[in-house]
Design a protein around this ligand. Structure first.
Ligand SMILES: C[S@@+](CC[C@H](N)C(=O)[O-])C[C@H]1O[C@@H](n2cnc3c(N)ncnc32)[C@H](O)[C@@H]1O
Length: 303
């Protein structure tokens, strides 16, 4: 089984507008599809930093002297670049979220289709597992999590059921969580849509995905060189909204700040107005591409 089929591969790399001698970062190595396509366009003096918080991804790292692997959360990008004495990057690519490998590897506990311990950590040296969250969060915190990250309308009811079920037995496996969903919602609790929302919400919390993305975005104005490019592939509206507002306005509210003359001074210039989506042919071939939203921007040159 393939580790991961890259999405919008040619278009996302085209938008990086690669300079052969430039310094680039693929912040989400995964199966290495985007990494390999970037290397094809980099010259001998070019440099590519490949990050992933999941150690498994580094089995896909091309054996290439231009590549520097970094096993880390991309939220720490600035610290790593300072350590490596790199002042600026000419482009960064982020293909957000989990890879197909995470869903396919039963033991990782990301899929409601495969019975496994409720782990869901992308970084297996990471902190809380999904099981620990279900066992320790208050009913209010669980309701908030399923409402915010899963957009589950009946989040309060689900949180109540979790708390009453865990009083009698631990909710330690994916199947046990599916059984709790069935207890809360009857037959609706078995539908892929509802289980997808529940598992997505937990995964986002376990991996603190939105916090990492915010921390990274805030560093980009300093780390990306003038005219450098930022290309982002997002797969759900929560992360896409953060990316959209930040690339447009330089903050997470999307509020444009104006100087005394009424001019806006934003750190990035958008390369297209809205998002780009995968075409019909790609959607037909690669189900991962259905929900993708691509955004790209260039670092403003104030000089
Ligand atoms: C959608 S996959 C990337 C696929 C890749 N572009 C390819 O062509 O195969 C996302 C990858 O990003 C990693 N990831 C997610 N959040 C991360 C973070 N905060 N820091 C570093 N890596 C992260 C995941 O472990 C996963 O391997």
């Amino acid at each position: 089984m393939a580790y991961h089929e890259p999405v919008l591969l040619a278009r996302s790399v085209e938008l990086l507008s690669i300079r052969p001698d430039g310094f680039y970062a693929d912040l989400t190595l995964g199966g290495g599809g985007h990494t390999r396509a970037i290397l094809e366009q980099l010259g001998e003096k070019g440099c590519l930093f490949c990050l992933d918080r999941d150690e498994d991804a580094f089995a896909n790292l091309p054996d290439d002297p231009r590549v520097t692997p970094i096993h880390a959360n991309y939220a720490h990008l600035g610290r790593w670049l300072r350590y490596l004495e790199v002042a600026h990057l000419d482009g960064v690519l982020m293909d957000l979220g989990v890879s197909s490998h995470h869903f396919d590897e039963q033991a990782r506990g990301f899929s409601y289709r495969l019975d496994a311990p409720l782990d869901m950590r992308m970084n297996q040296q990471g902190t809380s597992t999904a099981e620990e969250i279900l066992a320790t969060y208050s009913e209010e915190a669980l309701a908030e999590l399923f409402l915010r990250y899963g957009e589950l309308r009946a989040a309060a009811k689900f949180a109540r059921t979790i708390v009453s079920e865990r009083a009698t037995h631990p909710i330690a496996t994916t199947s046990e969580l599916v059984a709790v969903a069935q207890k809360a919602f009857g037959t609706a609790g078995s539908t892929p849509k509802l289980l997808g929302c529940i598992f997505q919400a937990l995964r986002i919390e376990v991996n603190q995905e939105l916090e990492s993305l915010q921390r990274l975005l805030l560093q980009l104005p300093e780390l990306v060189a003038p005219r450098g490019r930022v290309v982002v592939l997002a797969y759900h509206s929560l992360e896409d909204r953060l990316v959209k507002n930040f690339l447009r306005a330089g903050n997470f509210d999307g509020r444009l700040e104006r100087d005394v003359y009424g001019n806006t001074q934003t750190p990035f210039r958008l390369l297209s107005k809205g998002t780009e989506r995968a075409g019909d042919a790609e959607q037909e071939e690669n189900s991962r591409s259905h929900s993708v939203r691509l955004r790209a921007a260039e670092r403003t040159d104030f000089s």
